[in-house]
Design a protein. Structure first.
Length: 474
């Protein structure tokens, strides 16, 4: 297939080589062998934020280091790619995490699943909450249910459990997932399970106990939840490399413009024209909005209005004997009320084997997000200084780290604010009315790796359904 200006053409052009775009291309390879496909990635490599660095015996993930298995899309993809035997589970001996309380790491109560406690004893015994905070939390069982309308995560959590439980437990757990501000995040878009619990049972505590009884189990422990996460033995780059090895990817290929061309599309890629019968836009929202501005201005405005946060990850390696804390968990989160310079810390070499040399530990420190966006613009030395200082205070680390790797991600985490689902419904309807166009990405229906895979594969399935017959090539 060629366009009239002589530019090479394809059946399907996928704009964006992150995990969503790669998953879309791979799915087309599986279900529509007759369609020619190319992934156009503006950056120097495929994978988007996913990537792994090996240095001095350490294995450093640049963003996500795992994915959950009860959402099956990522693990199913790994198995189809022949990576099933490369999947590794988290260490079963340390499946817990901590929260910072007045400068000390306190264990998150066992049985607390984000904001729904399933065990009474650990909530009573925890030193994270005051007596008043515990009494207010216990009242959740008798509070009336809400209307079921969308509201912020912060509003929902305070309404059910009170201000102290929100500030000390729920905010750091929720905020760490989205590097965002729960005052703006939509409970219906981010954690609809808890809204459903309230509507069905009138209480999240009652819902958790009913679920445990129905499952024939005593309780749903938080430790068991950590067991649902898996990683890849060689890091997430194994997934990226497996996908990129199967599908055609053009790196350093910036799509500058997208426009209608008869029944197909004309793309300007690095100043050169390319024709395509179908297009999948799998970029961050602002880039997608720019490409759609002349095609559907309303959809472009809605997509471009999705806010995103930026973050930095500082990965530090230490000799184990220079860390006072036993590192007997997977990491810690930091409440906003602690007024520290970091959001959380992950004990990478405790979670997964093979992340640090024998006798060493690898810790990833997260900073930036909605509350401290300016930190992302600090230079590497300053970010390493901040991270090292915080770990010295919280974990008792001594001396300079043996390894320091800084990763920055600007505008990489979309924020599902109140009204997000209505926004996405309108976008989806408008895109569906444009023949030969699909969208995919973490701004649609989930930010984790599994939902990004699903987004890309769903887009590919729709393309294949529309284009059951391969294009005629000349």
């Amino acid at each position: 297939m060629r366009d009239e200006t002589g530019g090479a053409g394809v059946d399907v052009a996928i704009i964006g080589g992150g995990i969503s775009g790669l998953a879309a291309a791979n799915r087309l390879r599986e279900v529509a062998l007759g369609l020619s496909t190319v992934v156009l990635e503006a950056g120097p490599r495929a994978g988007g934020v996913l990537g792994t660095i090996r240095r001095d015996g350490f294995l450093v993930e640049q963003s996500a280091d795992s994915f959950i298995t009860n959402v099956p899309y990522a693990i199913d993809l790994c198995r189809r790619l022949g990576l099933g035997d490369r999947l590794i589970s988290t260490d079963p001996n340390h499946r817990r995490s901590f929260v910072v309380r007045r400068g000390r790491l306190e264990p998150i109560p066992d049985g607390l699943v984000i904001m729904a406690p399933s065990k009474v004893g650990p909530m009573v015994a925890t030193r994270i909450l005051s007596v008043f905070g515990k009494l207010r939390l216990a009242m959740e069982r008798v509070l009336p249910r809400g209307s079921g309308a969308d509201e912020s995560l912060a509003s929902f959590a305070r309404r059910r459990f009170g201000r102290e439980t929100y500030n000390r437990l729920i905010q750091p757990l929720v905020g760490g997932m989205y590097t965002g501000d729960p005052e703006r995040l939509s409970v219906k878009a981010t954690m609809p399970r808890f809204l459903d619990m309230e509507q069905q049972h009138g209480s999240l505590i009652k819902a958790m106990r009913a679920a445990a009884k129905a499952d024939g189990a005593k309780n749903e422990g938080s430790g068991a939840r950590y067991g649902l996460f898996v990683g890849l033995e060689g890091g997430t780059s194994e997934l990226v490399d497996a996908l990129a090895g199967r599908v055609p990817v053009r790196a350093d290929a910036k799509v500058e413009r997208l426009e209608r061309d008869g029944e197909g599309w004309r793309l300007i890629v690095n100043g050169e024209p390319m024709a395509a019968r179908s297009v999948v836009i799998a970029t961050p929202p602002k880039a997608a909005a720019g490409l759609l501005r002349d095609i559907d201005s309303e959809a472009a405005g809605l997509i471009g209005g999705i806010p995103s946060t930026s973050s930095a990850i500082v990965s530090l390696g230490y000799r184990r004997d220079r860390i006072a804390h036993p590192l007997d968990g997977f990491g810690f989160v930091v409440p906003f009320v602690e007024r520290r310079d970091i959001l959380s810390g992950s004990f990478s070499s405790v979670k997964f084997a093979g992340r640090a040399p024998e006798g060493s530990a690898l810790i990833r420190v997260f900073m930036g997000g909605a509350k401290r966006p300016e930190l992302v613009d600090a230079d590497d030395a300053e970010l390493v200084r901040i991270a090292s200082s915080e770990l010295a205070s919280l974990l008792g680390t001594r001396g300079e780290p043996d390894l320091a790797v800084v990763s920055r991600w600007r505008g990489a985490m979309p924020q599902y604010e109140v009204g997000h689902l209505d926004r996405i419904a309108t976008i989806t309807d408008r895109i569906a009315a444009i023949p030969g166009l699909e969208v995919a990405g973490n701004w649609l229906a989930g930010v984790g790796v599994p939902m990004c895979v699903k987004s890309g594969e769903d887009a590919a399935n729709r393309v294949a359904a529309r284009r059951a017959e391969p294009a005629e090539r000349v």
